[in-house]
Design a binder for this molecule. Structure first.
Ligand SMILES: [Zn+2]
Length: 269
């Protein structure tokens, strides 16, 4: 699943390709990806892409009057090509530009979503309404207060995008290993000092992953031909049965709230 660093890589790649382009029309081959609860999608026709932002794992295309909000979910990705090139299986949405280039949205699992929202409402209505801040814009005290009131496992708290956005399964495992905190510790039992370690580790992991273009595990590709290199930096995630790089004891795999979780039970307490 693309996580924050992969989505940031997609954002940067798209910025090079589509900024300043005018959208002529959009061909929708699979209706369920398009969410029409906020605005009729046809209103996108004729608008120019001025900027592409990101909040958590959401891509935000700033248009003339509206905002195109895209979430890639499990396997969404883009291909950029010429209008005359073949449309392949799983390319469900085709954005046609006035210069005859196209951007296609490819999604094998079809879980991705696209919303068109008026510019003045996109932070208050729709998917961004309840999104928590990213690690880089949270203070130690703020995260401590959010974590301290919860009696659930710290891993589940960090995966909750309403609490803190942008950390998915891979990066939570890597964050908790670096912070030396066991994923099943309860939020209300963690000290300010421990939460501070988690926050600093999360920032470090995400910055490093963004600088390396994210992580490629199994099917995910940031965009046509772009592969993340953060998988070479993983210390625990996917390392079951391998020695911990810090203490040498074997890394185990366990389930936390149904998610595959990798942990060194010597280092993480
Ligand atoms: Zn260890």
């Amino acid at each position: 699943m693309p996580e924050l660093p992969e989505v940031e890589t997609v954002r940067r790649t798209l910025e090079h390709l589509v900024l300043g382009k005018r959208i002529d029309r959009v061909t929708i081959l699979y209706e369920k990806i398009i969410q029409t609860d906020l605005l009729d999608f046809e209103k996108i026709n004729g608008q120019v892409i001025h900027e592409i932002k990101r909040m958590g794992k959401h891509l935000i295309f700033m248009l003339d009057h509206d905002v195109l909000l895209i979430h890639l979910r499990m396997e969404g990705r883009f291909f950029y090509k010429k209008e005359h090139q073949e449309i392949k299986k799983h390319e469900h949405v085709i954005i046609h530009f006035s210069d005859h280039d196209i951007l296609t949205y490819h999604d094998v699992r079809k879980f991705g979503t696209m919303h068109l929202i008026p510019k003045d409402k996109y932070l208050d209505e729709g998917p961004l309404k309840l999104l928590g801040p990213e690690p880089s814009s949270l203070t130690e005290d703020e995260l401590y207060h959010k974590v301290h009131i919860r009696k659930t496992e710290i891993k589940a708290i960090l995966l909750d995008q309403h609490v803190i956005s942008g950390l998915g399964n891979i990066y939570v495992d890597e964050t908790l290993f670096r912070a030396k905190i066991h994923p099943t510790r309860k939020g209300n039992e963690l000290s300010l000092e421990e939460v501070t370690r988690i926050l600093y580790a999360a920032r470090e992991v995400l910055l490093k992953a963004i600088s390396l273009g994210g992580t490629t595990i199994r099917t995910f590709e940031a965009m046509d031909g772009v592969h993340g290199r953060f998988q070479n930096e993983l210390l625990v995630h996917t390392k079951e049965g391998e020695p911990c790089p810090v203490c040498g004891n074997l890394i185990i795999k366990m389930k936390v709230k149904g998610r595959g979780t990798y942990v060194c039970e010597t280092c993480q307490i």
